[in-house]
Design a protein around this ligand. Structure first.
Ligand code: DOR
Ligand code: ZN
Ligand code: ZN
Length: 360
């Protein structure tokens, strides 16, 4: 066996769906999968129902996660139209960042009014960054606002050539900006839509093959790989108005290890973008705890990603049929073996909620 040891991996962009959308996924089913795929920390997005916009809601979500988690969980706050930015800011010490949906997507969270955007950029106290779903020209607006209000901007799921080139330009000019890219935007493009139909629909949408090439060509500008794991049921996807989003937690590491196998990525590139940069950008616990958490991978394993048999309620993947290299054999969380040879050994609650407000 070609054994590789990786540090605990961080997925900085997942939709845990609780509260409000438990039919798409539940905490109890979700967490084992993360551990099994080497992800030991996930950062949860706020577009739940109700959205995570206040300290009370953050605390309620933290309690849910603390009871069920077998991996560590950080929680984003969300900016809403009807929550005073000062109220949201009061919960900032307990959150991994503030998420602002500037472009339209799943759920009710959306902020497009310039005065409201300015208020959130002015008020957010950190230490976590302001993370934005901002497509196209709206990205330029967010870059300008971050610069004007001295904020660290984290750009979610960059998908187009123009966007990655703009971020490169901003970094060259010293802007405090970081960004992430998803496996679906690295592996798929609009040419896959006839084959995938609604299972290839997400926001931002799959872009052109040239956009995809540009993401790989500008990998040095990309700080994190992140799934944007956004499960919707197979029935919802087959319905008349399929919601945008695809699951990704169970397929990200195998796909990235395959890119390493093919020489499109180095193992260092992978570790930097799934461990070092996420830890730095989102101020996650570092030091001793990290040394006690690791992932053992059999790099020689080769297999096809299945059509079903995933641990999500939705149980499908846009990558079904892709041949991948590399399988997780063991995961150790704070010196405890939590996954070995396909079996999750951790009890619910073994994971920690990062910087949680008082959790009983
Ligand atoms: O495709 C998406 N789905 N994009 C988002 O920004 C939200 C997500 C979801 O929550 O389903
Ligand atoms: Zn998004
Ligand atoms: Zn998302």
């Amino acid at each position: 066996m070609d054994a590789i040891r990786l540090p605990g991996l961080v997925d900085v962009h997942v939709h845990l769906r609780e509260p409000g959308y438990e039919h798409k996924e539940t905490l109890a089913q979700r967490h084992p999968r993360r551990i099994g795929r080497g992800i030991t920390t996930v950062l949860d997005m706020p577009n739940t129902s109700p959205p995570t916009a206040t300290l009370d809601r953050l605390a309620a979500k933290a309690r849910l996660a603390a009871a069920a988690a077998v991996c560590d969980v950080g929680l984003f706050l969300g900016a809403t139209r009807d929550t005073d930015p000062l109220i949201t800011a009061a919960a900032a010490p307990y959150a991994c960042g503030l998420k602002i949906y500037v472009s339209e997507t799943f759920g009710s969270l959306r902020l497009e009014d310039l005065a409201q955007l300015m208020a959130f950029f002015r008020t957010w106290p950190g230490p976590g960054p302001i993370a934005v779903h901002a497509e196209g020209l709206l990205l330029a607006t967010c870059l300008a606002l971050a610069q004007l209000y001295g904020q660290h901007l984290h750009v979610c799921h960059v998908s187009r050539r123009s966007e990655i080139e703009l971020i490169r330009r901003a970094k060259q000019h010293g802007a405090a900006v970081t960004c992430e890219v998803t496996p679906h935007h690295l592996w798929l493009c609009e040419d896959d839509l006839p084959r995938l139909a609604a299972r290839g629909q997400m926001k931002p949408p799959l872009a052109t093959a040239a956009d995809r090439t540009a993401l790989w060509a500008n990998l040095d500008v990309i700080d994190c790989f992140a799934t944007d794991h956004a499960p919707h049921t197979a029935a919802e996807k087959a319905g008349p108005q399929p919601p945008p989003g695809v699951p990704g937690l169970e397929t990200m590491l195998p796909l990235l290890l395959t890119a390493v196998h093919e020489g499109r990525l180095t193992l260092d590139d992978l570790i930097t973008r799934l461990h070092h940069n996420p830890t730095r950008i989102f101020h996650l616990p570092a030091g001793g705890q990290q040394a006690q958490t690791w992932v053992e991978v059999d790099a020689a394993a080769v297999y096809d990603l299945p059509a079903s048999g995933y641990q999500t309620l939705c149980d499908w993947s846009p990558f079904s049929g892709y041949t991948v290299h590399g399988a997780v054999r063991r995961v150790v969380l704070r010196n405890q073996v939590v996954f070995a040879d396909g079996v999750v050994l951790a009890a619910p609650g073994a994971g920690r909620v990062l910087a949680a407000p008082v959790v009983e």
